[in-house]
Design a protein around this ligand. Sequence first.
Ligand code: GDP
Ligand code: CA
Length: 314
Amino acid sequence: MKIVALAGGVGGAKLAHGLAQILPPEDLTVIVNTGDDFEHLGLSISPDLDTVCYTLAGLANPDMGWGRADETWNTIANIERLGGPNWFHLGDQDLATHIERTRRLKECQPLSRITRDFCKAWGIKPTVLPMSDQSIRTIVETDEGELAFQEYFVHRRCEPRTKGFRFEGVDKAKAAPGVGEAIQTAEAIVICPSNPWVSIAPILAVLSTLPEKWGEREGRNQIVAVSPIIAGKAVKGPAAKMYGELGIEPSALAVAKHYQNLAGGFILDEVDAKLEADIQGLNMQTLVTKTLMQNSDDRRHLAEDVLDFIGKLL
Ligand code: GDP
Ligand code: CA
């Protein structure tokens, strides 16, 4: 069964890794958010792409959820000693990725091709695509004004109150090569348990520029979303805080409402089983299961549940 997964960083990478453990590699394409990408220390950094790739390659740091396992921090420590910026932590191995990516981007090579070559070098078999080769930048509108995403997320530790989001450049951007084709040939699309506001929304904004009306092609039953909110909280990151600040009580139900016009299937955690009837009331089919992925087996089990559920919806 050909599957496209839409993914941000941590939550998306974990489910993508579960799917990669089950599906033949030619049947899995992961389309990754690049709205978080930014330039730092003269380097082009693509945090979500790297989290997905490191996770699929088995190179990810299991404790931090970003960066590389067995990492050292000599370069950033020495940059700090010289008075340079240290708010964005970059490990020594990770830096090699950014240096080489930057070198190739400066030669005008597209991000999608660079990503394909990096995946090959790291032994990643499924297809990983950046959502676009053009620059799209997530801007967080806050009570302290507009902030570039990493400025908000890392430098300011998500402290300013969010009022909204915009994706600068999306009107001029095109989906990366392969994205439209993957969407067209997929039997189902999985919206991973990534942040709906800043990980999935930018991807959806890019997909809405595709000439094919992908959301309407054969019905909502081909699209399944997994809730990143469990028991009213985000497992990691600001998703629940964002819902609250935007005046919406954070819950799996709120996420379901978010995707109601797009997805026909919704997967919520067993601790939220009491919300199932309300979600079904949104004209969505539901699956209640364990969605917290604490290890590799959890990822595979959730991916199995997702694929079984899709099998029943189609
Ligand atoms: P980021 O780009 O690194 O912030 O990552 P994502 O947007 O892909 O993922 C962040 C979201 O993943 C958060 O809203 C978390 O609640 C969610 N998340 C992280 N781990 C899990 C998990 O094990 N299960 C579920 N259901 N959600 C998770
Ligand atoms: Ca991210």
